[in-house]
Write a protein that binds this ligand. Sequence first.
Ligand code: PMP
Length: 321
Amino acid sequence: MPKDLPSTGVRSKTYFSFVLTDSLEGYPTQGHAMSLQVHLDGKLVPKDEAKISVYDHGLLYGDGVFEGIRVYGGKVFLLAEHIERLYESAKAIRLQIPVDPATMTRQVEETVAANRIGDGYVRLVITRGAGSLGLDIRRTSHPQVIIIADTITMYPQEMYENGMPLVTASTIRNHPGALSPRIKSLNYLNNIMAKIEGTDAGTVEALMLNHKGEVAECTGDNIFLVKRGVLKTPPTDAGILEGITRNAVMRLARESGITVEEVSTTRHDVYVADEVFLTGTAAEIIAVTSVDGRVIGSGKPGPMTKQLGQKFKELARRGGF
Ligand code: PMP
C-alpha cells in the first residue's frame, strides 16, 4: 500500500535501506546503512552511542511502555493520538514520563527531521529506568525516553494484493485482570508466544482469543469483519489494544455511511464473514482470506476492505483527519 503514498524525496541519495531480520511487532524492518540519530534522554545521539544501563527495568522486567508511529511524507501520522495513548499506558503502570506531552511531541518531530525520514516509522520507548535487581519501582531512578526514527517494510506486497492466511493461536491474550491489553507495555511475551505459533504454521500473523474464548485481536494488529454490509470489530472490553488505526478506520467507515459495530465476536463469526481484514500502524489495512483453513468470502480482498484501504491511503496522504 505505501508504495502509492507520496514520497517527499527527502531521503538523499547517500542513504539506502536494507532489510534486517529483526521484527517490528511482527514483521521485518529496514535500517539505514548510515548512522541514525536516536533521541535518548533529551538529546540526539548517534545510534551507536545510544545506550542504556543493563540495570534498566525495561530490560530486566519489560517494565515500560512504547508506541509505534508512522511517518508519511515527512509528517508524523496521528501523533496526538499516539502521544495520548503513551501517557495513558504510562499512567496505568504508574510510570511518570519525565517530559510533558508537548515536549515529547516536539522531540518526536525533531528526531524525524534529523533523520530525514520521508515515509517511515517512529519507535517511542519509555523504560522505568535503572534500578536495583529487585522489582521495587521506588529503587529505580530516571525513566529513559528513547525515540528512534527509521524506515519500515510491512508484510510482503503480494499479501496486500491477494490477502493473507491466519491461524488461531492456542495462547490466549493477556487476561485483563492480570495486565490490561490496553496498556502498550514493553512486555510483549504474550503476543510473541502466539506469533511463534503463527510462524510455525506458516502464517505471518495469528489470531488471539481472550480468556472467555472470544476473538480479541492479532499479535500486532486489530481485526475487523464485514457481514451483510456491516463492519464489525471486537470492543475494547474483549481485551484488546485500542488500536489507533482501528479507531481511524471506524471513523472513516462511519463518515462513508457504513454501519460500524463493536461487538463480541466468535471464531465462527470470523469463519462465516464476507470479509476479514487487519489494521495496525505498521500493517495499515490488509485483507485476510483464510482463517484456520476456512476460506473467507470470495477468497480475495473484498470490496469494503478495498474501499476502506483507499480511504485510509487518502487519509495518510492528507496527514490525518
Ligand atoms: N494490537 C496489538 C497487540 C498491537 O501491538 C498493535 C500495534 N500497535 C495493534 C493492535 C494495532 O494498533 P495501532 O493501530 O495503534 O498500531
